[in-house]
Design a protein around this ligand. Structure first.
Ligand code: FEO
Ligand code: CA
Ligand code: CA
Ligand code: CA
Length: 648
């Protein structure tokens, strides 16, 4: 099985800075600045209302404990384990038909399904996920929108990549993108509803519209799209965000891996990591669109936050260029006191940046025959993009990426705002933004408005001729990762902020100072997915690479896992461990908090030292446990046996 062991390739885990603040909280309920507090609770209103539940409107339920479960040990078995009193079930695994009426090809365990069939089935490598209640508040019936990040071509095809054919490239493209499925509780268990009028796959070939300043831009025009307004496909979609107007945002992360450059790379191509031959997908061998020597503008059309309306399978998804081009992990929305959207986003790559976009206009209500999603269909096309600078004294600044301001001028190579956005890395370099340790997910505390971001690891930090440590990224050879947090001045659109670290990850028992963490409670490394539940509990998911796990400084950490953290006290407890070599990612709840959906990505991923596509090594057969069967990414549904709120 071939492996795109990006986490190891991009990194995997070292250092301790005693000056780092631990968790004692400056944050929390005390800093509920009127405006932001109101805005934050408005954003989370459906969840909060659901938690209070219809039964107790006039007498709100007392605040449930954030960590009310018995923790699980750091297991390293090919199983998925949740605490006593909980049940976890896998649904919607790779290859299951999504439920498009009249087009439901069944899963075939030998992977002999065609490209056309794959385009109607769940994609590979499930990642970010969100629940959309069917009537706005149902906790038993809704849609799940989710990402399919990338493919393991050794698993995806009969014979793996040997031989490598045009049909296999089409199938790989069909296994990328997004899925929208309908789910409901039937006979006491969550199931996919099939057929469903909502069921949809978006793939590496689905037409996207272009929104914002890059629509029609010279650097967006290609021979196949001379107008520069229609892009085929979305790729490497990692995390997701749910907007207050009911749409789904998804980040195009390591898009450059799909493109092969020519013999001579431009400075622009080099800055974005292009290589001759690409990163191993080999699409360019059968699809010229991915040969950047022939189509140099095609890579400019990837690296965006994309938006889809999960309730309208006929709607055209849109690339939101005003939010800037980056190896976007995902996108998360806050709402200002006056009702504008603020979208935070990080770039999961070593020494890259954290951004925020502030919309020009207010979020519009539904009305005049339009759903709220339709009423806000150009909201994210107008506004201001900023990049973060974390100062050593605990303050920070949001630096505007606006053409004509500061160094972002024609003389410095930026023709217009479109070019600033397409070359957001170069623009951020010039502004002196802070180069981070691989920003992954962000999450906004519904109680305080503080914004949290995982910095998963960066083993290159401090290496020869690369950036050294700074206050925000304090450990050289950082293989463990950290979680940083900030509060913008006055409101989410503030251009200055205060920051500190929630935690430095890593086993505090490690000998090497750089690998010691300051976690209080159960240990973990390489935080990636994070999300707050309605009670203010922070859930942390991990992504250690399979090559590094279970040995050395990671020997006590177990498989990738999910933990809950009370940010008021810093106490952390392990809730779940995943099967062998999987990543735990993606997290969403029903409005009443009694069902949690998360994703298990790439169970059985092949470590990099063994990633020969021809090698029939098998590390996992989760979730089907068929002898010799293929492991499959899948969605996991977690419920409490007594029907209570998850985690309480
Ligand atoms: Fe695809 Fe950064 O995780
Ligand atoms: Ca991730
Ligand atoms: Ca990761
Ligand atoms: Ca992964």
């Amino acid at each position: 099985m071939a492996s795109k062991d990006f986490d190891t390739m991009e990194d995997s885990n070292r250092s301790s800075n005693p000056s780092i603040h631990v968790v004692s909280d400056p944050v929390r309920r005390t800093v509920l600045r009127g405006g932001v507090g109101v805005a934050a609770s408005a954003l989370f209103a459906p969840l909060a209302a659901g938690c209070a539940s219809a039964a107790s409107r006039e007498k709100p339920r007392p605040l449930l404990p954030v960590i009310g479960f018995k923790g699980v040990p750091a297991l390293a078995t090919d199983t998925l384990v949740v605490p006593e009193g909980y049940v976890a079930t896998a649904i919607a695994a790779w290859g299951e038909p999504v439920g498009v009426p009249g087009h439901m090809p069944t899963w075939r365990g030998d992977a002999s399904n065609s490209a056309a069939e794959q385009a109607l089935q769940m994609g590979m490598h499930h990642d970010g996920i969100h629940f959309y209640a069917i009537d706005g508040n149902s906790s038993t019936h809704g849609l799940l929108a989710m990402n399919h990040e990338y493919t393991d071509d050794g698993l995806l095809h009969v014979g793996g990549m040997n031989p490598w054919t045009a049909e296999k490239v089409k199938k790989a493209q069909a296994a990328h993108g997004l899925a929208v499925i309908e789910v409901e509780i039937k006979d006491g268990a969550w199931q996919m509803v099939r057929p469903s009028r909502y069921a949809r796959r978006v793939t590496g070939q689905t037409p996207f519209a272009v929104g914002g300043p890059c629509a029609g831009h010279a650097l967006f025009k290609t021979a196949a799209d001379p107008e520069g307004r229609t892009v085929l496909g979305t790729l490497n979609n990692c995390a997701s965000g749910k907007t207050p107007w009911g749409t789904y945002l998804s980040g195009e992360e390591n898009f450059m891996g799909y493109f092969s450059g020519g013999d001579k790379l431009s400075a622009h191509e080099k800055r974005w990591g292009m290589r001759k031959g690409g990163w191993g997908y080999r699409w360019h061998e059968h699809d010229e669109r991915f040969d950047a020597a022939k189509n140099p503008n095609e890579p400019n059309r990837f690296g965006w936050v994309v938006e889809i309306d999960p309730f309208d399978p006929t709607s055209t998804p849109v690339k939101r260029t005003a939010l800037g081009r980056a190896a976007h992990e995902g996108a998360w929305v806050g709402v200002t006191q006056d009702g504008r959207a603020v979208v935070y986003s990080g770039e999961d790559a070593r020494f890259e940046y954290i951004y925020k976009f502030v919309s020009r206009d207010k979020i519009a209500p539904a009305g005049r025959g339009l759903t709220q999603a339709q009423a806000n269909r150009s909201l994210l096309d107008h506004g201001t993009l900023y990049v973060a600078r974390f100062n050593a004294d605990g303050s920070g600044n949001w630096l505007p990426l606006v053409h004509g301001s500061g160094p972002l001028t024609v003389a410095n190579g930026f023709a217009d705002q479109g070019e600033v956005l397409i070359k957001a890395r170069q623009a951020s370099d010039l502004l002196g933004a802070t180069k981070m340790d691989r920003p992954e997910w962000l999450a906004i505390d519904p109680n305080s408005g503080w914004v949290y971001c995982t910095l998963t690891n960066n083993s290159a930090r401090g290496a020869k001729e690369l950036p050294g440590v700074d206050a925000a990224n304090p450990r050289a050879n950082n293989v463990m990762g950290q979680i940083i947090r900030w509060q913008d001045d006055r409101d989410f659109d503030g251009t200055a902020f205060q920051w500190n670290h929630l935690v430095l990850a890593g086993d505090p028992a490690n000998e090497r100072a750089e690998a010691k963490g300051n976690i209080q409670g159960d240990i973990y490394a390489c935080p990636d997915g994070i999300a707050f539940d309605a009670r203010g509990g922070l859930w942390i998911q991990t992504d250690m690479g399979p090559t590094a796990m279970h040995k050395g400084e990671l020997k006590n950490v177990g498989n990738n896992q999910m933990l809950a953290c009370d940010v008021a006290t810093g106490q952390t407890r392990r809730f779940l461990t995943g099967p062998t070599h999987c990543e735990i990612t993606g997290l969403t709840w029903t409005p009443d908090g009694t069902t949690m959906f998360l994703n298990v990505q790439h169970p059985g991923e092949t470590p990099s030292e063994r990633s020969d596509p021809a090698e029939p090594t098998q590390y996992s057969n989760w979730p089907d446990y068929q002898p010799g069967g293929r492991p499959r990414s899948a969605t996991v549904v977690v419920r409490k046996r007594d029907g209570g709120v998850i985690g309480s």
